[in-house]
Design a protein around this ligand. Structure first.
Ligand SMILES: NC(=O)c1ccc[n+]([C@@H]2O[C@H](COP(=O)([O-])OP(=O)(O)OC[C@H]3O[C@@H](n4cnc5c(N)ncnc54)[C@H](OP(=O)(O)O)[C@@H]3O)[C@@H](O)[C@H]2O)c1
Length: 337
């Protein structure tokens, strides 16, 4: 019999979801070629295992990932919590580059486009993917709140925001979740964003909780080991001298994994689960995978309880990581703090 994962409330008054969601981005974009049948089977297997939060964005393959998800969403509309995002606008640049767009008029057109591609009347959780500091956040969240009033969206979320931006947004309309990068390798948001979310009753949805696969040990040197179109080849942490230095930091993760007869990836996910207790808020990571065996492995990670001694062993890792999260950090929350 399949053992289903536990559930959590996604922010005060938010929907109940499995404590681990599924990131769907890699199924259409960013991480090289996909076996579409296996990816579809992975969506079904995730649902069997109690995963209910499925994460996409209009930007993932310029709408392709939303279109890819549509048949699965149609088959399971009432069983899942569907999250998508707006803000990365292809139309204002040269047709290739994306610009960040938080204009209310753009938000109104973006939601209609996402609803159409996903084949739904309502999006359960609608995120602002990136902040455009040229538009006051109150204006953008005001436009998002109108979408809730119109029934096009049920709950609101923000991605890569500062604590001040979260507070300003939450004052306009309740925010159910903040989605930001959080993992053993990336802990900047613990200083201000996570405490603010805990105080406001907002859930944290860690993206790239497996460090884009690096924390599993699946690769070390992105340029040498990953395919030509793989986005990770552009990321400073996984390239040049940083790659080997950062891979060496996984030693304590492997040691803890061995003690639990688990994989390093499961320990990375179990560590995030523990942060829910540390900070007193719901934490619902969304590891991305296109393979059934990995969704089985990742969800099993929710059943691993790390000891305080193990947390202490893992504590020094993030401070030693070398290289930025992105080649261009200008759209991240850290650039505005
Ligand atoms: N808000 C934002 O700005 C933002 C940014 C990035 C991502 N996201 C969201 O967050 C989700 C997750 O992030 P992510 O996909 O970037 O990174 P991630 O979840 O940290 O890692 C995904 C990578 O790890 C591999 N993987 C997954 N489980 C594994 C396992 N058990 N063993 C070995 N390898 C494993 C996957 O390969 P396979 O697919 O081949 O298994 C994929 O290459 C995305 O899908 C997306 O929905 C949001």
């Amino acid at each position: 019999m399949t053992q289903r994962i536990a559930t959590a409330e996604l922010g005060t008054g938010g929907p109940e979801v499995g404590v681990q969601g599924l990131g769907c981005m890699g199924m259409s974009w960013a991480y090289g070629p996909t076996d579409t049948d296996e990816a579809r089977a992975t969506l079904e297997r995730a649902l069997d295992l109690g995963v209910t939060l499925f994460d996409t964005a209009d930007a993932y393959g310029a709408g392709e990932n939303e279109r890819f998800l549509a048949p699965f969403v149609a088959a399971h509309r009432d069983e899942i919590v569907l999250a998508t995002k707006f803000a990365l606008d292809f139309s204002r640049g040269d047709g290739y580059r994306r610009t960040v767009n938080n204009d209310p008029a753009y938000i109104r057109s973006a939601v209609d486009a996402s609803l159409g591609r996903l084949g739904v009347d309502t999006i359960d959780l609608y995120y602002m993917h990136r902040r455009d500091p040229n538009v006051p956040i109150e204006e953008s969240v005001g436009a998002m709140a109108e979408l809730v009033a119109a029934g096009k969206v049920k709950h609101l979320g923000l991605s890569e925001v500062t604590a001040a931006e979260l507070r300003a947004a939450h004052a306009v309309h309740p925010i159910a979740a903040v989605q930001s990068e959080w993992s053993l390798f990336c802990r900047d948001l613990e200083t201000a964003v996570v405490p603010a979310a805990a105080e406001l009753g907002v859930a944290l949805v860690p993206y790239s909780p497996l460090g884009r696969g690096f924390l599993t040990g699946a690769f070390v040197h992105a340029e040498k080991e990953l395919g030509e179109n793989d986005f990770r080849r552009t990321l400073p942490r996984f390239t040049g001298d940083n790659a080997a230095a950062n891979a060496a930091l996984l030693e304590p993760v492997r040691a803890v994994a061995a003690a639990h007869d688990a994989t390093p990836g499961q320990i990375a996910l179990a560590w995030l689960d523990r942060q829910a207790d540390v900070f007193g808020l719901p934490v619902v990571p969304i590891p991305g995978t296109r393979r059934r065996t990995r969704v089985e492995e990742n969800t099993a990670g929710t059943r691993i309880a790390l000891t305080d001694e193990e947390l202490r062993l893992l504590e020094p890792i993030a401070a030693q990581v070398t290289g930025d999260r992105y080649a261009d950090m200008s759209n991240t929350a850290g650039s505005r703090e």
